[in-house]
Design a binder for this molecule. Structure first.
Ligand SMILES: Cc1ncc(COP(=O)(O)O)c(C=O)c1O
Length: 382
């Protein structure tokens, strides 16, 4: 993976190699009338879900739209993605497709836990804050045990205290730990940190789940092998995110311990997550996973975040709250500035009361987007 290059445009240009913009703006009946630059406009930093489909995923989808092929995952695209995942992770593992991250997390945790068992997770974890109780619902009653920890990472000492507090038969039985990589606060667990948590889990006969909605951003930032932050350091199940990385929709649930995936296909089907025309979920994945596009996309998003943070800090003297290690920038901003930026059409969210806002970068953010935002910050910040 080439990490050089003067600016964000450079990286995307190399990504567009052999793949013209017509892939983004196809035939007359589809989205051709939408001007992506305007549609994306001021939502650029609201979320990495506001971006479009990356050209390679789009091209792969279009290419798969040919003749009739077997359904429900019996097609060649699904098989090729699973093989490619085993190649990338350098191990034999079981791979399943789902439509979104909530389903991936909730069904994976349901696979790990009986209804009377519990999951230790960070109080900022998406499974707790943003999944509408889906993990509790699909596990039929498992409890999320919330702990804290600096920078969005769980603190093992607190996990220990939490487990000691469980009252044998009268409490849920701790069964899994869930961590998010990269975290909800834009930080990254180093391989040793994941290993320490999995060691802790294993000593207590617990399993380790990783919410990898932004797994690609972590691999790109650490510049490591995918196995170095997953199965090699004790991750049992990974929910590998594709949506934020450039797909329209789709995540993979990857079981590194194959015995854990027993009858997971039934669980998926019951949970409404078995795609009948699976090739259209799989083909864009193939677009991402070929020629390291997933890493280029993630690296681009990470680099955009780093550039945005540096400019906010140096040009506008805005306080960056957490270390910018992946594609999120958390800033401390007074309410007036946030309100004025919103009034100019910039969408972004307050994440932590009273004054911490999140600016998120995706694969599609450009130098110009950052400059446009900075120009408004400069005009309004006094
Ligand atoms: C950490 C994390 N996990 C999972 C998800 C996936 O959620 P969704 O169900 O919206 O695809 C998200 C999306 O925002 C996320 O930030």
């Amino acid at each position: 993976m080439d990490s050089r290059g003067p600016g964000l445009g450079f990286v995307r240009q190399s990504l567009f190699r052999g793949c013209t913009r017509t892939h983004l703006l196809p035939g007359p009946n589809a989205i051709s009338k939408i001007d992506m630059s305007q549609a994306g406009g001021r939502h650029k930093f609201a979320s990495d879900n506001t971006a479009g489909i990356c050209p390679e995923a789009w091209a792969a989808l279009e290419k798969a739209n040919t003749s009739e092929v077997p359904s429900y995952g019996e097609d060649q695209w699904t098989e090729r993605v699973c093989d490619r995942i085993r190649e990338i992770f350098e191990t034999d593992c079981d791979v399943y497709f789902v439509f979104n991250g909530t389903a991936a997390n909730a069904l994976a945790l349901a696979q790990l836990c009986h209804s009377f068992e519990s999951v230790i997770c960070h109080e900022h974890s998406h499974i707790h804050t943003d999944e509408c109780g889906a993990p509790e619902f699909f596990t039929n009653g498992s409890k999320l045990l919330l702990i804290d920890g600096a920078n969005g990472k769980i603190d093992i000492g607190q996990a220990e205290v939490m487990i000691a507090r469980q009252n044998e038969l009268h409490s849920h039985k701790p069964r899994a730990i869930s961590i998010t990589q990269s975290t909800e606060l834009g930080t990254i667990y180093a391989p040793e940190e994941v290993a320490a948590i999995s060691g802790f889990a294993r000593d207590r006969e617990m399993l380790l789940h990783m919410d990898g909605a932004r797994f690609a951003n972590a691999v790109a930032a650490l510049n490591c092998a995918s196995k170095a932050i997953t199965w090699e350091v004790g991750v049992d199940v990974l929910c590998f995110g594709g949506t934020k990385n450039g797909l329209a929709a789709g995540e993979l649930v990857i079981f590194f311990k194959k015995e854990l995936s027993r009858e997971f296909d039934y669980r998926l089907k019951q949970g409404g997550q078995l795609g009948s025309k699976m090739r259209f979920l799989a083909a864009p994945w193939l677009g991402l996973l070929t020629n390291d596009v997933w890493l280029w996309n993630a690296q681009h998003a990470n680099r955009a975040a780093s550039q945005l943070a540096n400019r906010l800090k140096t040009e506008a003297k805005i306080d960056i709250v957490f270390s910018v290690e992946a594609n999120a920038v958390f800033v401390r901003m007074n309410e007036k500035l946030a309100r004025d930026l919103h009034a100019r059409g910039w969408h972004f969210y307050k994440f932590i009361e009273p004054d911490v806002y999140r600016l998120m970068c995706s694969w599609s953010v450009t130098d110009q987007d950052i400059s446009d935002f900075m120009a408004d910050v400069a005009a309004l910040n006094h």
